[in-house]
Write a protein that binds this ligand. Structure first.
Ligand code: 2IO
Length: 413
């Protein structure tokens, strides 16, 4: 009797357990996969994904009106085009470069040092739950100039916002929960924005409130949406990238040893982590007119999901694409955090991640601090590795053992 093969679905448990097992099949056999329950088309080839991301006229961000705006409480950069986009993107770029970035790196160092300290004498840490998650939120709050004392509350709200943006099949109850989180977050931010307009400081919110470019300034709604966007974008992928970097290096001891000997290699290790296991796996776009991919027509007005993980493992773009190799010739580390990147972890084209340089500084700084502290780092006995998420994806936890650091706790001598 022939086996009944269930129709492939990105919503199946099998895909959720290990999406990378399906990437080659999708690229080769179903480069345009239609998912009826979501009413979306999934693209997996590097060439198709790159085309969608770089052709802003044919592939718009219009669906963000329903996929993001309700929880962002305003329009985000990714929805804008033309002079408005140029000016407001410039304002954000300026707020993440030069002396502002130096301030941010100081906050990154201080938070990393404070969060890692209690675990050093123990010789054991869950790099996701104990470190990465609080670290990502603390840094985002410091950069914005928001009170870190409220971090768990803010984390719950922005998780609701992230769930709305990244959820593929939300129930009406979850939708309501997400919208409620967004409204509370907006209410929490309103008095802060008023206060920063009156007395600006050096933080990102103040910069957004006071900035001007080509006569264009940010409205309260713009500032609110940008703050929520920065919170979600800074908090969601960071813990995943840190944990994935350590996982890959632990799985490849010879590359771990090389990075330890030569910290200059860290940038390549991070770039290769982002290529092989991008924390943001999907980027949505909307077709302005009918579009043909590999002989299949996607109708005008449809939502297409760019499968970043699959595109980044396309053998047409990278040699031996499923292996982790910080020395790969086709990685182009120097370009890897810029618009010329070959991997698509930060997207591409007009709306390529505006926080890429910040993300690089954040992950590089924290990894350079952690590596020397976590000597002989390895998986804790009995630890079972598991990843979760379809839109953003990363380790559920990463329990690590390392050589305890004596005298790093509270000293009484
Ligand atoms: C609302 C999905 C966590 C972004 C969006 C336009 C968000 C935008 C992204 C990333 C990561 C989040 N999209 N960051 O994919 O700002």
């Amino acid at each position: 009797m022939p086996l009944a093969i269930p129709p492939f679905s990105v919503l199946s448990d099998a895909f959720d357990a290990a999406p990378e097992r399906f990437f080659a099949h999708l690229r080769e056999r179903v480069p345009v996969h239609y998912e009826p329950t979501i009413d979306g088309y999934f693209l997996s080839r590097h060439q198709d994904v790159k085309r969608v991301l770089t052709d802003q006229e044919a592939f718009t961000t219009e669906m963000l009106q329903v996929r993001a705006e309700p929880v962002m409480r305003g329009r985000v950069l990714a929805q804008m085009t033309g002079a408005e986009h140029t000016a407001k993107r410039k304002i954000v770029v300026r707020a993440f470069t030069g002396s502002a970035l130096q301030d941010q790196i100081r906050a990154i160092r201080a938070n990393a040092a404070e969060l890692i300290a209690p675990f050093l004498p123990q010789g054991r840490i869950d790099l996701v739950g104990d470190f990465g998650k609080p670290f990502a939120v603390h840094v985002a709050l410091d950069v914005l100039g928001l009170d870190r004392a409220d971090w768990q509350q803010v984390a719950r709200w922005h998780s609701g916002v992230a769930e709305f943006v990244t959820g593929l099949a939300l129930t009406p109850e979850r939708r309501r929960h997400c919208l409620d989180c967004a409204e509370r977050l907006e209410a929490h931010l309103a008095p802060v924005i008023r206060q920063r307009r009156r007395r600006p400081g050096r933080d990102l919110i103040s910069k957004l409130c006071t900035a001007e470019f080509d006569g264009i300034t940010m409205s309260d709604r713009d500032v609110t949406a940008l703050i929520i966007n920065v919170l979600v974008a800074a908090a969601e992928p960071a813990d995943k990238t840190i944990a994935l970097l350590f996982k890959h290096l632990i799985d490849h001891p010879e590359q771990m040893a090389q990075v330890r000997r030569d910290p200059e290699l860290l940038a390549a290790a991070i770039a290769e982590t982002l290529r092989l296991t991008p924390p943001v796996q999907l980027i949505p776009r909307q077709t302005a007119q009918d579009a043909v991919f590999a002989g299949t027509t996607v109708p005008a007005g449809a939502t297409v999901f760019c499968m970043i993980g699959a595109a980044n493992r396309d053998p047409d773009a990278f040699a031996d694409p499923d292996s982790f190799d910080i020395h790969r010739a086709d990685l182009g580390t120097a370009r890897s955090f810029t618009a010329a990147a070959q991997h698509l972890a930060f997207g591409n084209g007009l709306h390529q991640c505006v926080g890429a340089a910040f993300a690089r500084a954040e992950i590089e700084t924290v990894a350079a601090m952690l590596l020397p502290l976590l000597d002989e780092v390895r998986y804790s006995p009995g630890f079972r590795y598991r990843e979760t998420g379809l839109y953003t994806r990363g380790p559920a936890s990463l329990s690590l053992d390392f050589t305890p650091v004596r005298g790093s706790g509270t000293r009484r001598d």
